[in-house]
Design a protein around this ligand. Structure first.
Ligand code: ZN
Ligand code: ZN
Length: 738
């Protein structure tokens, strides 16, 4: 155990209902058992009532919905023409909200969901009569905005736009949604409305900035959570290295989690263990069962595996068994994160860091019966980010969760979105300002390429139909994942990730179920898969070439240079490894025959002069290994400062690059045009590289391991890698960097 953090219990702070709340709304809430609002709810609601755009960013279960329901519903009740639009990233959440608002039974509000499942026959009625419409950004993009003339009445009266779970809008998807919201503002303005935006977010770093980027408006943040919670004891756990083996091998996180689960059950502690895949959940349950039966015959039946995809009745039965105490332990995929209501737990085990502090707290929030005290244990996997966080508790505790990163100026997002906007209504020169400083140049380029037609009054979409724009990618339509035996469409993966995630032989996880990819057809955009439960996971490996196109910004620190710029990347996924889920050991490596992918994207890179390297004690022969090790660890640690994972980003290191003419380490966004991650890394380079250096030097291994400098996706067999060299390079960079 590397650390124990005690998170104190917090008493709730209620306040009186704001005076402006409509009587009927107040009565409805009181009838539903809400006697007084928490302070943060009232603060956000009052700001929104006053017409200020506001984001409410507080913890799970802190009642964020009241923050937007109060102002929106009060307005709807006091002005019988006003309307409100509610947006959520998932249909399930919209359905929950519909139930909540309908349950208040307010006259004349007529809440209704409007999504792909809404029958045609009901759509006209909703457009004309519903005053609280619940939908999602995809529907707004594909149906509502292109058909805005049918929504004239609704848009003219639009008083509030609610953007729920707005932290979900990150990366390229978030950048697209940012423009969809600008198009919504433009459409509303066309009919004379300028709605107030109310956003709800998980706790996140700088929510006001993220919300302002998302909406293009000045947004105020309310972050002081006044809801009550029990005390939490939070332990960090590092599986030991088995020194009897050479080289020493770390005990797998899975086996440690199973041990802890068994111990907890022996102690009569109701415990939930989170893992990544259904296979892993079943392995943990099986291992824990064996250990329990060995200790107390028969006790093993009180632990089970749980996953998404179970029938509703099966899930209810498991939940009931846990509630009654028949079941004491459950191993689950994070399907539970998606809103299944599970109460009555004392402890949560996390097999591996969930990747962001936001999801970590969300999972931890499952523990604590009826607001009682709770135990949470995070068990590190053999991975640099996991090892870093268990040795640096300050990276997890007492600091805000990650900032939500998005970049609306991505040209691969901006161009298509301007076409969509022009197809809805001619894009005037004044309109362009709303879409950001890059919009004027982008519109000009679209006119030059013939996509838009320029006239004295603005830019026009003159083609038949609407532009085909996918909100979730930049590289063409997404690849469809289809189960070969049944022809069932399981889901889609964006083009940029298809090579790495859907190569032949890849294990593809879908709602906790595992599938193996049989065939990837890039021309037709289809991957055929079959259901399977392999005892291994797959890890693609790639090789990369980079050339610098333009430097956007740089820091000149003498022998050190730090740059942000546009680059051309050629990336090829060349092989994949199979690794045992139980032990993490590599089983084999299989070559792949996939085409190279060219992308223009955004990178952050640093250079260090050869003389500075030798001053730092790195011998010329060790330079490639030192830079390569620093690159791997830097990619592994980037999720610490941006809401990405290591598969969203790539890297390259070289002892001499033709464009920089110096030893260089590049880290780039894996999506065409960039997703904002490299930009974030550039903006916080000193903190990012310091964490990288500390992660390497704190690792107990001798010459590098998966916990520090080895990368599962390296195309060079993790060779050469120089652990002390990487620490020297990063220290030299940090000494100079402001
Ligand atoms: Zn190590
Ligand atoms: Zn590598």
């Amino acid at each position: 155990m590397t650390h124990v953090e005690h998170v104190a219990a917090r008493a709730g702070r209620t306040v009186a209902w704001p005076a402006w709340v409509h009587d009927d709304v107040l009565t409805a809430y009181t009838k539903n058992g809400i006697l007084k609002p928490w302070e943060h709810q009232a603060n956000a609601a009052t700001m929104a009532h006053d017409g200020l755009h506001v984001v409410l960013a507080t913890g799970t279960g802190s009642g964020k919905s009241l923050g937007y329901q109060l102002p929106a519903l009060s307005r709807l009740m006091s002005d019988d023409r006003a309307t409100a639009l509610y947006l959520s990233p998932t249909k399930a959440l919209a359905a929950d909200q519909l139930r909540a608002v309908a349950g208040l039974d307010l006259d004349g509000v007529r809440p209704a969901t409007y999504d792909g499942d809404t029958p045609r026959a009901e759509r006209e009625w909703i457009r004309q009569h519903s005053r609280f419409v619940l939908t999602n950004p995809d529907m707004l993009h594909h149906a509502i905005l292109p058909g805005h003339t049918r929504w004239t009445t609704f848009l003219r009266r639009l008083a509030y736009v609610v953007v729920d779970e707005c932290h979900a809008y990150r990366g390229v998807f978030g950048s697209h949604v940012a423009h969809v919201l600008r198009r919504l503002r433009r459409a509303a303005a066309r009919y004379g409305a300028s709605p107030t935006f109310v956003l709800a977010s998980a706790t996140s770093g700088d929510p006001a900035d993220a919300a302002s980027r998302l909406t293009g408006l000045q947004v105020n943040a309310v972050v002081d959570d006044a809801s009550p919670r029990g005390a939490v004891t939070f332990a960090l756990w590092e599986p030991p290295l088995d020194a009897s083996l050479s080289p020493p091998v770390r005990t797998s996180a899975l086996s440690e989690t199973a041990d802890l689960l068994a111990s907890a059950i022996l102690d009569d502690t109701r415990t939930l263990a989170f893992v990544r895949s259904r296979k892993a959940a079943e392995l943990i349950a099986t291992m824990a069962r064996g250990r329990l039966n060995a200790a107390v015959p028969g006790l093993g039946r009180r632990v089970a595996a749980y996953r998404g995809g179970y029938l509703r009745e099966d899930r209810r039965a498991l939940e009931q068994a846990l509630l009654s105490g028949d079941l004491l332990g459950l191993a689950s995929t994070n399907a539970l994160e998606l809103g299944v209501d599970l109460v009555g737990l004392d402890a949560v085990l996390m097999c591996g860091y969930p990747g962001t502090r936001a999801s970590m707290w969300q999972q931890a929030g499952r523990a604590g019966r009826a607001g009682g005290d709770a135990l949470v244990v995070l068990i590190a996997r053999d991975d640099p980010l996991d090892m870093y966080v268990v040795h640096h508790p300050s990276a997890l505790f007492g600091r805000p969760v990650e900032a939500t990163v998005l970049d609306p100026s991505n040209p691969y997002v901006l161009g298509p979105q301007l076409c969509s906007a022009a197809a809805e209504a001619a894009l005037t020169f004044d309109d362009l300002a709303m879409f950001g400083p890059a919009a004027a140049g982008a519109a000009e380029a679209l006119a030059a390429s013939g996509a838009l037609r320029k006239r004295p009054t603005g830019y026009y979409w003159t083609q038949r139909g609407t532009p085909d724009v996918d909100l979730r990618g930049t590289g063409g339509p997404p690849v469809e994942v289809v189960e070969a035996a049944t022809g069932k469409l399981l889901g889609t993966v964006d083009r940029a990730s298809a090579h790495a995630m859907l190569h032949p032989g890849a294990v593809h996880l879908h709602q906790g179920f595992s599938f193996i990819v049989d065939e990837l057809d890039l021309d037709d955009g289809v991957a055929l898969v079959h259901a399977a439960d392999p005892p291994y996971s797959t890890h693609p490996r790639d090789i990369t070439d980079i050339s610098v196109v333009a430097v956007r910004s740089y820091v000149d620190a003498g022998p050190i240079g730090l740059f942000l710029g546009d680059v051309d990347v050629t990336n090829q996924v060349v092989s994949f490894q199979r690794r045992s889920i139980r032990t993490g050991e590599v089983i084999d490596t299989t070559p792949l025959d996939l085409p190279a992918r060219d992308l223009r994207t955004v990178a952050v890179w640093f250079t260090i002069s050869s003389r500075e390297l030798s001053r730092a004690g790195v011998a010329p022969g060790d330079v490639p290994g030192a830079l390569h090790a620093a690159e791997h660890a830097a990619i592994g640690l980037l999720p610490l400062i941006a809401t990405c994972d290591r598969w969203d980003i790539g890297g390259l290191s070289t002892a001499g690059h033709p464009d920089t003419e110096a030893p260089t380490v590049f880290v780039y966004d894996g999506q065409a045009g960039g997703a904002g991650f490299a930009e974030r890394a550039y903006g916080t380079a000193a903190a990012w590289l310091a964490a990288t250096r500390d992660a390497i030097s704190a690792c107990g291994c001798e010459a590098g391991c998966p916990s520090c400098i080895q990368s599962p996706k390296c195309g060079n067999n993790n060779s050469p890698l120089d652990k002390p060299g990487a620490v020297s390079v990063l220290s030299a960079v940090l000494r100079r960097l402001p």
